[in-house]
Design a protein around this ligand. Structure first.
Ligand SMILES: [Zn+2]
Length: 298
């Protein structure tokens, strides 16, 4: 069944212009499609742009139980984890600049908790992860696993007003109701606490260049943000001092190949060959069209 979606920022139904037509069928919803960093296959719903706030959203969507798919999704990370740890720690430092947080941090949708490992190793005494995939949690480091909660982020999953920092890396743009999820994250923060998300920037040069061929135009993404609409969303939740910016990733050349819009079987062949292994070892810093948004709880 098709469901019309409304803009989470403006709360309007319709009031949008079509951007890309749908190419989704029933098969698009296997658990393989929903595993976190799979080879992109570029299935997507119709994308529309909100006339009022410019937010890009999937509309309409099919009646699919996302929670069930994410719970069952398998987990496949590979060689990029060290780069991602470095990238995300830098973002947290940027977002919390001038504050001496070291007590507590939570993450929503963090897979096997690799970022929480980095946060704990860097300075945070208490870490907590909220992650629906039980397979991902089972792969968490032994000292992190007891602090992972197998759930979507809902009210009461984390104690209210109990964390200095909250994080959500490349999860926000997968949520069907980002406002409600962000409100629960807001509630878990102490007054003065900082929340930071990383998402794709759909107005970045790479997204503009690739258009519909961009891996971000995908059925997994319910909304795609810009610096402007990301900031507007944070303000709607009640965050103050909202700030945002672009960030660079530390990736291997293998990962970059995986993102390029060329034949899926060709990419698979190269990535599984000795050349793929070599490409996996070459790390580069790349502006891939990602952005961060942060805000402070009053
Ligand atoms: Zn809107």
């Amino acid at each position: 069944m098709e469901i019309a979606t409304k803009c989470p920022i403006c709360e309007s139904l319709g009031n949008s212009v079509p951007v890309y037509p749908s190419n989704v069928d029933e098969q698009s919803f296997s658990t393989e499609v929903f595993s976190a960093r799979r080879l992109p296959d570029r299935r997507h719903y119709q994308w529309v742009r909100c006339k009022a706030c410019t937010l890009l959203r999937s509309d309409p969507v099919l009646d699919v139980d996302l929670e069930k798919l994410y719970v069952e999704s398998s987990f496949d990370y590979s060689t990029e984890i060290d780069g991602l740890k470095k990238t995300y720690l830098k973002l947290v430092n940027k977002a919390t600049k001038g504050k001496s947080f070291s007590k507590s941090i939570f993450e929503v949708g963090g897979g096997n908790g690799f970022f929480l490992e980095a946060a704990k190793d860097a300075k945070f005494a208490l870490v907590a992860g909220v992650e629906p995939s039980t397979e991902a949690i089972s792969a968490a480091r032994a000292d992190i696993k007891p602090f992972m909660i197998a759930s979507m982020m809902k009210g009461g999953v984390l104690k209210d007003r109990s964390f200095e920092v909250g994080t959500m890396f490349h999860t926000l743009d997968h949520l069907s109701d980002p406002v409600t999820t962000l409100k629960h994250c807001f509630d878990a923060l102490e007054p003065g606490g900082v929340f930071v998300v990383a998402v794709h920037n759909e107005r970045s040069w790479s997204a503009r260049l690739m258009g519909e061929r961009s891996p971000i135009i995908d059925v997994e993404h319910t909304h795609l943000y810009t610096l402007k609409s990301g900031g507007a969303l944070f303000k709607k939740i009640g965050f103050i001092g909202v700030r945002s910016g672009a960030y660079n990733n530390h990736y291997s050349l293998a990962y970059i190949l995986h993102l390029i819009p060329i034949s899926r079987s060709f990419r698979k062949r190269v990535l599984e060959s000795p050349i793929g292994t070599l490409l996996g070892k070459i790390k580069v810093v790349v502006p891939l069209g990602n952005m961060w948004v942060a805000g402070t709880k009053p």
